[in-house]
Ligand binder design. Structure first.
Ligand code: PNS
Length: 159
C-alpha cells in the first residue's frame, strides 16, 4: 500500500493546498494530510480549528485521512509506516526551504523521500499568510479558499 503524507501548517488551508490534496490523492493508495507544528511560525488557528477547516474543505473521501501530530515528521512517518512525503512547490522561492527540509528528513531517515508537485498556475500566488492579510483588512477571500470556510476565516480574523 502506497501511503503519502502531506504535512503543513494549513493555517488555514487554501485552494493551493486543496489542489495538491486532490492531485496527490490520485497517485497514491492513501493520503494522510498532516497538520504539523512549524516552530518558526506563530499560528493564527489552533490545531483543532485547522483540522476542522480541512475537514470542511476536503469532505469525506475514501483514501484521504486528516490528522495532526506535534513531534518530528519522520517519527510520524515511522508510526504510520509511510515512506513518502508530498509537498507543493509554487515558485523557485519555495525551493530552498523545501530542499532543506527534504534533505534533513532524508538524513534523519534514509528510507524517507520527498516528492514535489508543482502547484497549478492559478494558485501559484496563494499563501495562507497573504490570505490572512487580505481578510484582516476587510478584503474578499472567496477566490482563495473553499467557499464553505471563507466566512469562518473572516469571522475569526475580525475578532
Ligand atoms: O506549511 P509549512 O509551515 O511550510 O510546513 C512546515 C512543516 C510543518 C511541514 C515542518 O515545519 C515540519 O515538518 N514540522 C514538524 C517538525 C519536524 O519534523 N521538523 C523537522 C523538519 S523541518
Amino acid at each position: 500500500m502506497r501511503t503519502f503524507v502531506y504535512p503543513g501548517s494549513f493555517d488555514p488551508v487554501t485552494n493551493g493546498h486543496l489542489d495538491i490534496i486532490n492531485r496527490a490523492s490520485k497517485i497514491c493508495d492513501k493520503l494522510i494530510v498532516l497538520v504539523s507544528v512549524n516552530t518558526s511560525k506563530i499560528p493564527t488557528f489552533s490545531i483543532e480549528e485547522r483540522l476542522e477547516l480541512l475537514n470542511l474543505s476536503v469532505g469525506k473521501r475514501d483514501n484521504i485521512e486528516i490528522t495532526s501530530f506535534s513531534g518530528l515528521l519522520v517519527d510520524f512517518m515511522r508510526k504510520v509506516n509511510a515512506k513518502t512525503i508530498i509537498k507543493g512547490l509554487r515558485a523557485i522561492s519555495d525551493f530552498e526551504y523545501e530542499m532543506q527540509m527534504a534533505l534533513l528528513n532524508h538524513h534523519m531517515n534514509s528510507e524517507i523521500d520527498t516528492l514535489f508537485m508543482m502547484t497549478s498556475i492559478e494558485n501559484s500566488f496563494l499563501s495562507s499568510s497573504a490570505i490572512k492579510a487580505v481578510a484582516v483588512n476587510g478584503g474578499k477571500i472567496n477566490d482563495f479558499v473553499p467557499e464553505q470556510i471563507a466566512d469562518i476565516i473572516i469571522r475569526k480574523l475580525k475578532k
